[in-house]
Design a protein around this ligand. Structure first.
Ligand code: FAD
Ligand code: SF4
Length: 398
């Protein structure tokens, strides 16, 4: 149970006004509310405090002697899962939406913080407090853009709600955990997704225009475990582009600076994490971090099939080779990218090793970004587990 402490207020910032984290702001929404009073402590980009918040949330922080903890955070169990009857139009099979529906309909919570889209733009995020199944389903599928989920915190307070489920990505959840005890809730459940390489709405447009054959008809996309970006279009057709064929030189500046300096890919502070990257192709990856997370997963046991997590291959050479290639913005011709995609899909890392590949590639890139652009922040901003991960590789000179 979250204990309730009286909280202080400050004046929320107006839209588009400068944010305390400046260029590193991920637009998590906290500063759109009077909880901005706590921003210096709560903002993931001003005050990295994953270890103490893990302790507060899970009863312990990562054990740095255990490599699985470095990579995947505090956990009770991990598995691969998929819905036996997937939700049409969900990002994967809809495990997130299904858990939210069960929690609401069983009375475990009174509302669900989730992200719908605006009426005129399928990818423009619109955070809401959903109070019925239809409103949760209207939030299914990723809005692959920075989303101000915490902007609804004042509405939560005004509603008088006492039991809440919040769905969100790592930076949103870090700020939420930091103010959790000020929210007046009796119980907060957090269902997290991993998150990496997010973009502003304008950045998303550039990504789609640079990468897809038909940017205006994309309704869904994902970087998948077969080393390809999969696009789904309005007419139901699919398109795949190999990672190694991405126009890295044009895309280098597309990712938000917040995401280039993030080391919380796996959403360390959620009770339950639902992603895909540690699971075989087509399956979702589940990390139960604590008893609340298990309680949430138990609600959908009869809707999912599961299998144990597996790990195959060795990522390290591939990661080491990709570091200077990314740094120099090397782009392969499409025939070579496709060939490389086929080879790496056959012999490359799978399951948890694929997840490690992705974490290593992003953490080494992000470490260099912070070292070059914010050297004064490097030591405090990079958590110890991430330093250990980065230390496994030789990085180019800053
Ligand atoms: P659905 O049932 O379709 O529900 C999706 C939920 O996501 C909705 O409840 C909605 O509220 C929420 N949501 C949508 N957009 C946002 C947003 N911008 N911010 C916060 N919440 C949002 N998994 C990985 O394993 N590796 C990754 O690199 C990875 N990157 C991701 C990046 C982003 C921006 C997001 C939002 C998710 C990412 N995920 C990643 C998670 C993965 O893509 C799926 O969202 C997850 O597996 C759940 O699928 P589902 O079918 O159960 O979700
Ligand atoms: Fe405020 Fe969130 Fe931006 Fe930090 S990331 S400055 S808390 S809106």
């Amino acid at each position: 149970m979250t204990s309730v402490q009286p909280h202080q207020r400050a004046k929320a910032l107006k839209p588009n006004s400068p944010r305390p984290a400046k260029a590193l702001c991920s637009e998590c929404g906290l500063c759109d509310t009077h909880y901005i009073h706590y921003v210096k402590d709560a903002c993931a980009f001003l005050n990295q405090q994953i270890a103490p918040l893990e302790e507060q949330t899970h009863g312990r922080s990562r054990n740095l002697e255990n490599q699985d903890d470095w990579y995947f955070g505090v956990s009770q169990q991990m598995m691969a899962a998929r819905k036996t009857e997937p939700i049409a139009g969900a990002q994967w099979t809809g495990i997130v939406s299904s858990i939210a529906i069960e929690m609401l309909e069983s009375g475990m919570v009174e509302g669900v913080v989730c992200v719908q889209n605006t009426t005129d733009d399928r990818f423009q995020p619109q955070p809401v407090i959903a109070r019925n199944r239809e409103e949760i389903l209207a939030a299914r599928v990723n809005k692959p853009t920075l989303s101000p989920n915490l902007s609804i915190l004042e509405q939560v307070e005004q509603s008088g709600m006492k039991r809440l489920l919040a769905i969100g990505v790592g930076c949103q959840i870090q700020a939420l955990r930091a103010v959790e005890q000020k929210l007046g809730l009796e119980k907060l459940y957090v269902l997290g997704t991993p998150c990496v390489d997010n973009v502003t709405r304008a950045g998303l447009q550039k990504f789609l225009e640079t990468t897809s054959r038909s940017p205006d008809t994309v309704v869904h996309y994902e970087f998948m475990q077969d080393f390809r970006v999969h696009f789904r279009h309005e007419d139901g057709s699919t398109e795949t582009v190999p990672f190694f064929g991405l126009k890295t030189n044009q895309l280098k500046d597309v990712f938000a600076p917040s995401c280039m300096s993030c080391f919380d890919y796996v959403n360390s502070l959620a009770d339950l994490v639902v992603g895909y990257m540690g699971a075989p192709f087509g399956w979702q990856w589940i990390v139960v971090r604590n008893d609340r997370g298990q309680e949430m997963l138990d609600l959908v046991q009869d809707q999912i099939e599961t299998q144990p997590v597996m790990s195959q291959g060795d990522r390290r050479n591939a990661v080491q080779q990709s570091i200077p290639a990314y740094d120099k913005g090397v782009t392969l011709p499409m025939w070579a990218a496709k060939l490389m995609g086929v080879v790496i899909e056959k012999i490359g890392p799978k399951g948890l090793e694929y997840a490690r590949f992705s974490i290593d590639s992003h953490f080494t890139r992000n470490y260099l970004f912070v070292k070059r652009n914010y050297p004064e922040k490097l030591d405090a901003h990079v958590p110890d587990y991430a330093k250990r991960i980065v230390d496994q590789y030789k990085l180019p000179d800053a």
